[in-house]
Design a protein around this ligand. Structure first.
Ligand code: ATP
Ligand code: MG
Length: 739
């Protein structure tokens, strides 16, 4: 046991060995919160204070849950791996899924219910609006999705939503219709997983009491990002902090709260302290992750936020290298430079997997991926184009879902005519109308459909029935293999010109199924019921979407959004796209709260790096089909000059001039998108000025030239002056100086 506690500092030791009571560990990035949480579980188990069965730990991602288990098995003797099964470790969604499967009848669900990820949910909502003939310009599907999820996350069913105006009343009606549709199709969206479980525990006393008695210690990582419903869920399981209930041990960092848009509330920390009468709030201030320069930069950035709970991190590791800053002309140059740096790091002996490329928005990964691919550097993307969200994978999963649950209309609609089998839009419309009239699922409606639609659709139903019959005895990987062939998917992609990669991806599902079997450690009884195992696998696919790829463990550079990087650490971090409008994001930069959340995100990004941090930005960037000219991010200006080193040569165009760095530059309200200039206009010279160049105007201050037209006395340029707006100025009149 002494080994377990050997390297902890006094505050960490105190936290790990607290007597059984509620506790809050409030501490900055890299101070060992996750390590403390893990060590506490190991310590509690090892000292016999709790059975593994009595432990429930909530992590933020499946990857984090796996890491926690791996760290634990390193800390505890081999026999632990036997007993760890009893421990419940996972994400909120994963744990809820487990509870709902175990008590599906009490929760009003069939055993093989399916999970909708957010893309499926959106598709389901679109389908609903269409069926009800609702104008989707008046009720945009995405907004409705957001509305429904927000209600559920606040714990509200349609009848409980307060609607004062017609518009909201209509939205609530649609919410009701959506619920009916989901129930009919036996599908559950992410927010529903939580709400359903919460209601189950709340209403069903025997089940609630069972779990309240079972779990003695509930531990929560990244507590700052729990939403209201999640907090209430925890409270219910811990018996509201009553005597005899579980001890709730929460670790978090208010400076890393980055899910406000998803309803997370830092207020939960305060409520937790009050409602559970937390006697112990422990702060950890020593950072073990990053070198001093990186830490100083993070501290300097986050200091610009207000209303913090306040803490400052320090390290014994020494200042380390300066933070490297690079300015590129265009996003492609930025990506090329990043790839060159990685190549040189790898030549010097760095493992690719120790390098992470972070960005604010998924759309930024494309150009990075392209460069990495061309250079032959192995890489993995978290999130972004998620493995389980790829078109071909979704098609294959849809067949599998129909085997598990034929009433899943989303799956039905997706593949009823894919690969094409001559089922026309008319037949489908007839089917949908009939299903609506009879209030039955599409699948169940087919046999009652007369005429030609009935005949062609019956063939599809027969296909699904054959698939089900032929797979009842097959082990999961073979089941998947069979479906890929019998559905015609393999043949279809074989005949496609660029289908090779898709075929490989399809094979990857078989591997995923095999891995799933291995990890789930399915017992003989479960193996005898392939279709129930299949449902578990499909749930796993929905929940693990986006994390699958990066788990491959091979030596690959890791790409992910800053959101996805939370809790992780890497020797080398590249953070690209530090531009106004991109980071801080234009949607958030306008209001203080949004800006502060962006800054917390920046803090998360910077604190992922152990040894070396690269920050970069580009003067122009192609995003969503448009070229944008952005000023560099204000977050760069918030880093003290002494901590950075500029790699790009001082540029005559001014923007990269070393002298300019550190000066306060008025940030623009948002990024500015302009139509892509013709290559000629970019290189064309306008009285010594060119597109992309930074200039100074006596009245409007600093700005970037975003386009230009005309010649001689008629020449005019369009300039983005940030706060002062975007203006067209005549060159002959306006006094413009290169900045
Ligand atoms: P984040 O806020 O980013 O989630 P965290 O507070 O959870 O960070 P950890 O990931 O637990 O921090 O720890 C950061 C790093 O510091 C890890 O590599 C961990 O092993 C190491 N570490 C933590 N405490 C100590 C210690 N007492 N001695 C040596 N290394 C430590
Ligand atoms: Mg952590």
């Amino acid at each position: 046991m002494s080994d377990l506690l050997a390297n902890l500092n006094p505050e960490q030791l105190q936290a790990v060995t607290l007597p059984p009571q509620h506790a809050l560990i409030l501490a900055g990035a890299g101070s060992g919160k996750t390590r403390v949480l893990t060590t506490r579980i190991a310590w509690l188990v090892q000292t016999g204070q709790v059975d593994p069965q009595g432990v429930l730990a909530v992590t933020f991602t499946n990857k984090a849950a796996k890491e926690l288990l791996a760290r634990l098995s390193g800390m505890l003797p081999l026999s632990f791996n036997q007993s760890s099964r009893g421990m419940w470790i996972g994400t909120f969604h994963g744990l809820c899924n487990r509870l709902l499967r175990a008590h599906h009848r009490d929760a009003g669900l069939p055993q093989l219910f399916q999970i909708l990820d957010s893309a499926d949910q959106l598709a389901a909502i679109k389908r609903l609006l269409k069926a009800l003939n609702v104008d989707d310009e008046k009720f945009p599907p995405r907004e409705l999705q957001h509305f429904i999820n927000a209600q559920k996350e606040a714990g509200l069913r349609p009848h409980a939503v307060e609607a004062w105006d017609d518009y909201t009343r209509r939205r609530v009606e649609l919410f009701t219709e959506y619920e009916t549709q989901c129930q009919r199709e036996s599908v559950v969206d992410f927010a529903e997983l939580l709400l359903r479980t919460y209601e189950l525990l709340e209403r069903n006393e025997p089940i609630r009491r069972h779990y309240q008695r079972r779990f003695r210690h509930i531990l929560v990582d990244e507590f700052q990002d729990t939403n209201r419903l999640q907090y209430r869920w925890l409270k219910l399981l811990a018996d509201g902090g009553q005597e005899g209930g579980a001890c709730l041990f929460c670790v978090g960092d208010d400076d890393q709260s980055i899910y406000r848009f998803r309803g997370a509330e830092v207020g939960n920390m305060r409520d937790f302290e009050r409602e559970f009468r937390v006697a112990n709030v422990i702060r950890l201030e020593q950072n073990y992750r990053s070198h001093g320069n990186i830490l100083d930069a993070a501290n300097a950035i986050i200091r610009h936020n207000t209303g913090r709970l306040g803490k400052n991190l320090w390290t014994e590791r020494g200042a380390g290298e300066p933070i490297r800053v690079f300015e590129a002309f265009a996003d492609i140059d930025e990506a090329r430079w990043i790839v060159e740096e990685i190549q040189s790091l790898v030549r010097d002996g760095m493992s690719r997997s120790d390098v992470a490329l972070l960005y604010r928005s998924n759309a930024q990964s494309r150009v990075l991926e392209h460069q990495l691919f061309s250079a032959g550097i192995a890489y993995r993307v978290y999130g972004g184009l998620r493995f389980f969200e790829r078109q071909e994978i979704k098609h294959a999963l849809a067949y599998l879902r129909l085997i598990a649950n034929a009433d899943d209309d989303t799956a039905f609609s997706r593949v009823v005519n894919f690969p094409t089998r001559g089922i026309g839009a008319r037949s489908l419309e007839a089917l949908q109308d009939a299903a609506r009239t009879w209030n039955t699922s599409l699948y169940a409606t087919v046999p009652h459909l007369a005429g030609k639609p009935g005949t062609v659709l019956a063939q599809f139903v027969r296909l699904v029935e054959d698939l089900r019959r032929d797979t009842t005895r097959l082990p999961l990987p073979e089941l998947v293999d069979h479906v890929l062939d019998a559905s015609g998917l393999r043949d279809f992609y074989r005949s496609e010109k660029e289908g090779q990669e898709r075929l490989e991806n399809l094979d990857e599902i078989i591997n995923a199924a095999a891995n799933f079997l291995g990890e789930a450690g399915a017992d003989a009884e479960a193996l005898a019921q392939p279709h129930s195992l299949l449902a578990d696998f499909l749930a796993h696919a929905s929940l693990e979407a986006g994390e699958h790829q990066a788990d491959a463990g091979s030596d690959a550079v890791q790409l992910m959004t800053v959101h996805a990087s939370k809790g992780l650490e890497f020797d080398v971090v590249f953070l690209s796209g530090l531009e106004e409008g991109l980071f801080p994001h234009e949607n958030s930069a306008l209001e203080t709260e949004g800006l502060e959340e962006e800054r917390r995100l920046m803090y998360v990004a910077v604190t992922r790096a152990r040894q070396r941090l690269y920050l970069s930005f580009a003067q122009s960037r192609m995003l969503h089909g448009q070229t944008r000219y952005n000023l560099r991010s204000r977050f760069l200006e918030e880093i003290p000059q002494g901590l950075t080193k500029w790699l790009s040569p001082p540029s005559p165009r001014g923007m990269g001039a070393r002298s300019g760095f550190g000066q306060r530059m008025e940030p623009p309200r948002s990024g500015f998108a302009a139509k892509a200039p013709q290559p000629s206009s970019r290189s064309q010279d306008f009285g010594g000025l060119r597109v992309g160049q930074l200039v100074k105007h006596a009245k409007f201050g600093q700005g970037v030239i975003v386009s230009a037209e005309g010649n001689g006395a008629d020449a005019r340029v369009q300039i983005n002056f940030g706060v002062a707006g975007v203006k067209w100025l005549m060159l002959a009149i306006a006094k413009l100086d290169p900045a």
